[in-house]
Design a binder for this molecule. Structure first.
Ligand SMILES: [Zn+2]
Length: 295
């Protein structure tokens, strides 16, 4: 097995006492010391493969007397050492921190290749821009490059107040995946993330709402009619950032193919920055959307 050993990301290498070393402090792993071990561990910056490491150690650490490949395999198994080749790949440039995070949290860094390929577009009203702009910064730092795609995989539709239902006509008819973001007074609602024909849509949402609010069909045509909301929303800066973070998380979940919290569900952030509420959204029997996939 050839790999490039790197010491556990972000973990300090410490001497614990005369006979033991410690890697990391959370809680850290204790290793029995032996001559040359500290010097060997200091070489583990992920730039040398095991063979080169062994040769380099032979030249520079004469007191070291151990089977370097076997020791590296042992340290890899207990999480003291990682394989830095998993953190870089031609299509994952600039994503080293993301890859180290995925590796440490038992994720798969290979999944990150989708980040640079993902095409996202935003359709946002002025009052939704603070949330959208902050989410775009997080997405950019997470390796999503195309946030102004003309031919997006995912369209984020963000408005202050429930949007006019006409904005969903085109994504629905063309089968474009879309994520709804509604700034609702003092909170931000995310969802549904609609994959037309595959997950419950805004039409399902409206039909369910009509089941318990008979006036909803009368309100629907009025939504989004006024381009400016009368009074701006009541969101403070930390709730805007919390909502933006959750929005970015949902887009990344979509990108990485992991389970998000806005598929078949609505997620609300606020009024306080650390408050979350969620409601399930099922297909509605009267909505024609699930026929799309059969068509
Ligand atoms: Zn539907």
């Amino acid at each position: 097995m050839s790999f490039r050993p790197a010491l556990r990301p972000g973990a300090p290498l410490l001497r614990r006492d005369a006979t033991s070393l410690q890697v990391g402090t959370s809680p850290g792993v204790v290793l029995a010391d032996r001559p040359g071990l500290m010097a060997l561990l200091r070489l583990l910056d992920g730039t040398r493969d095991v063979e080169r490491l062994q040769a380099h150690a032979r030249d520079t650490i004469p007191e070291l007397d151990c089977d370097v490949p076997a020791l590296m395999r042992e340290l890899l198994a207990i999480g003291v050492v990682f394989d830095s080749t998993r953190w870089s790949a031609p299509r994952r440039r600039g994503l080293d921190a993301e890859a180290r995070h995925a590796d440490l949290s038992a994720g798969d860094p290979a999944r990150l290749v989708r980040r640079s390929d993902l095409r996202v577009a935003f359709h946002a009203g002025a009052a939704a821009l603070p949330v959208v702009d902050t989410a775009r910064e997080v997405l950019s730092a997470s390796g999503v490059r195309d946030l102004d795609a003309t031919d997006p995989h995912l369209l984020v539709i963000a408005t202050c107040g429930e949007p006019s239902r006409t904005v969903f006509e085109r994504p629905t008819s063309t089968g474009l995946d879309h994520l709804v973001v509604v700034i609702d007074e003092d909170r931000v609602r995310l969802g549904p993330l609609v994959r037309p024909g595959l997950t419950p849509c805004v039409g399902c949402h409206d039909l369910h709402r009509t089941d318990w609010d008979p006036a909803w069909p009368a309100l629907l045509p009025q939504l989004g009619r006024h381009t400016g909301v009368l009074t701006p929303p009541a969101l403070d800066a930390v709730t805007v950032h919390a909502a933006a973070l959750e929005l970015a998380v949902e887009v990344l979940a979509y990108c990485d193919g992991t389970a998000g919290r806005t598929t078949g569900q609505l997620l609300a952030i606020g009024p306080r920055h650390d408050e979350r509420s969620a409601w399930p959204l099922a297909f509605h029997h009267a909505c024609a959307c699930d026929l799309l996939s059969a068509a």
